[in-house]
Write a protein that binds this ligand. Sequence first.
Ligand code: FAD
Length: 402
Amino acid sequence: TPVTVIVGASHAGVQVAASLRDLDYPGEVVLIGDETHLPYHRPPLSKSLLHPHDAEGQVLRPASFYAQKRIGLRLSSGVDAIEPGERRVRLRDGETIGFDTLVLATGARARRIPIAGADRPNVLTLRALGDAVALSQRLAQARDVVVLGAGMIGLEFAAVAAAGGRNTTVIDTTERPLLRAVSVEMASYLKDLHEAHGVRFLFDNGIARIEGKGRAERVVTLDGQEIQADLVLIAAGVLPNVELAAEAGLAVDNGIVVDANLQTSAPGIYAVGDCAAFVAADGRRLRIESVQNATDQARCVAAAIVGRPEPYAKAPWFWSDQYTAKLQIAGLWTGYDRAIRRDTADGSGFALYLFAGDRLVCVEAINATADHVAARKILGEGIALTPMDVQTPGFDPKAHMR
Ligand code: FAD
């Protein structure tokens, strides 16, 4: 029987295995992780999981699922090398496993930046369950929290810290929050929201060094300000885990390079999720860090493995929770030249419709799930929606879902 080996047991890897079984793949499925826990949901790590009563984590699938579906889950093993010629992988303990098809779902890791003093015990990053547990324990005792990085994870953590009454400062080298993730207009809304909750932002700035006796007590910014800190989160983005692929001679370019079917430069070896650099509908090569991208790419690869390939062309979507604001994004904001705001009928939320010329590229919603759901459908199916439509009094996105 054929063997598919999947490296990385998280959102992408688990979904590849599950989809292979859904598609009646007749072979063996081996899913190799390098964490100790059953694969778990990562998004809560910067949200609900920071509240200590939730610290158990939420598993993606119960243990029984893997047994029932004949998925050979190997936790803690870790793949050390791929030998594409021999068609086998080598585990950390030296064991080798042969494959007919290999899927790389190695994800990404938190980027560490070389700041003096960043090795102190109360200076943390946030990627895995253990990080979130450590962070929530430290947060319970902290008074002054400094976050380096105004990206999604930095802001979500800042929201939890500020809502819990901590003095919270967010520092970023960029000029505004979420430079990679949302439009200027949405960034401005979220900045105001955080400031209303007491968060202080320092933009166009950074951390020169972290000082204190043993543990961090303050950070010194690039422009010389001293800020009290008994907890520092470095949330400076991620690096894709591409080393395995690169060492095996696969093409790598800010991620493992894949074609329209998510196949790497080596036949029969695929890459999915946070580690994969694919070509988007508009021709740009990109890497997307989201659960939607990981799971939809996983389904696409499973289809290719069972001989029914369909090029990956899903409209991206994403969510984030900050205070009581539920941000939901459909599409990619880059390239827009016009934002049209629509408030929900009951006034509790709004959506920004972002257009490049007359073409809708993205909808960013705050507490406006109906707009988000409609936008996913409209963008996903390429339904035309013009600025005029959105500006028409009584505009109802659902009416355009066809
Ligand atoms: P990962 O989840 O990174 O998993 C890769 C796995 O591979 C890891 O378990 C890793 O240990 C393992 N691995 C790596 N190398 C090896 C090896 N050599 N051998 C074996 N195993 C290996 N996305 C959203 O859409 N919405 C959100 O609200 C959201 N919030 C987030 C909050 C946090 C705190 C974080 C960290 C991420 C968040 N994300 C969110 C992003 C989302 O979690 C990722 O996009 C998703 O986890 C990607 O899945 P993946 O399987 O590709 O990679």
